[in-house]
Design a protein around this ligand. Structure first.
Ligand SMILES: Nc1ncnc2c1ncn2[C@@H]1O[C@H](COP(=O)(O)OP(=O)(O)OP(=O)(O)O)[C@@H](O)[C@H]1O
Ligand SMILES: [Mg+2]
Length: 254
């Protein structure tokens, strides 16, 4: 399939650090009328539809096979789109290795998820940060720990998730790519729903096959795939400097 890149091309890309240093571009907040924001609203609706079959999806994890496929950009904009709809939303930065949420939302207090998980006496309220949006709170990652997968797989993380479920309509988790480290796989079993970002530019056929195998073996509650066309800028169709094309389930929504 021409859509996928050859295996030999993988690894030639540098890891993108843009969202870690400058934050994700929150087009849904800055330009709600932009067609890209409309696509995030479509994604929101598609997730709602996919949720119907799975029951009430309150915890949603978004991952991808490989690095830099757009996970953090998508989770942040989806969280904003859901909050704009009036839902009480929490975005959790569970990418303890390459965090972005604090920078994206301008949170300067570095108290976050790792502080809570590493200290049995810490309080949940201390890691929940308000944003400029009424309905959207975030949990930042906190200091980078030596043992991310162990922390995310802990009983304390399970307890935290059930507490958060009780207080929010939707809790969205941004996590590392799951073919690279086990963090996402460890968390998947604790989620109501999982969505996988597929990048036109980066995802290889082999990576997607391995992804499918892992998801099946783990029995993950997969809601669908999110198609991210990061190449639109080159095609010049967005006219905005960058563009998104999202699909859900088996089809592309472009
Ligand atoms: N649709 C898009 N069009 C153009 N650029 C995009 C698109 N989606 C993401 N990007 C850019 O790609 C880079 C990587 O995005 P992002 O950090 O969201 O990916 P990620 O999957 O979270 O990466 P990581 O694996 O490091 O967590 C960023 O510079 C981001 O702005
Ligand atoms: Mg990321």
């Amino acid at each position: 399939m021409a859509f996928f890149r050859k295996r030999s091309q993988i690894g030639r890309d540098r890891l993108s650090t843009e969202t870690m240093t400058k934050g994700a571009r929150l087009i849904t907040a800055a330009e709600p009328k932009n067609p890209v924001s409309e696509q995030f609203r479509t994604l929101r609706t598609n997730i709602e539809f996919a949720s119907v079959a799975k029951g009430d999806v309150k915890t949603l994890l978004i991952s991808s096979a490989l690095p830099s496929e757009g996970k953090s950009t998508i989770t942040a904009n989806l969280a904003v789109a859901c909050a704009q709809q009036g839902k009480k939303v929490l975005l959790v930065d569970a990418d303890l290795r390459r965090p972005t949420v604090a920078v994206t939302f301008g949170i300067t207090d570095n108290h976050g998820l790792t502080n809570y998980l590493a200290d049995a006496n810490s309080d949940i309220q201390a890691i929940i940060h308000k944003t400029s949006m009424d309905k959207l709170d975030v949990v930042t990652s906190g200091p980078v720990p030596p043992n991310p997968a162990e922390l995310l797989g802990s009983g304390r993380m399970t307890t935290l998730i059930s507490e958060l479920r009780a207080h929010y309509d939707l809790v969205i988790f941004d996590v590392p790519p799951f073919l690279m480290v086990t963090d996402a796989q460890v968390l998947m079993s604790k989620m109501d729903g999982v969505a996988i970002v597929v990048s036109a530019d980066k995802t290889t056929k082999g990576a997607l096959q391995r992804t499918n195998d892992i998801l099946k073996i783990a029995g993950s509650p997969v809601l669908g795939f999110i198609y991210n066309d990061m190449n639109r800028k080159k095609k010049g169709s967005a006219g905005y400097g960058y563009g998104y094309g999202y699909g859900y389930g088996d089809t592309k929504a472009k």
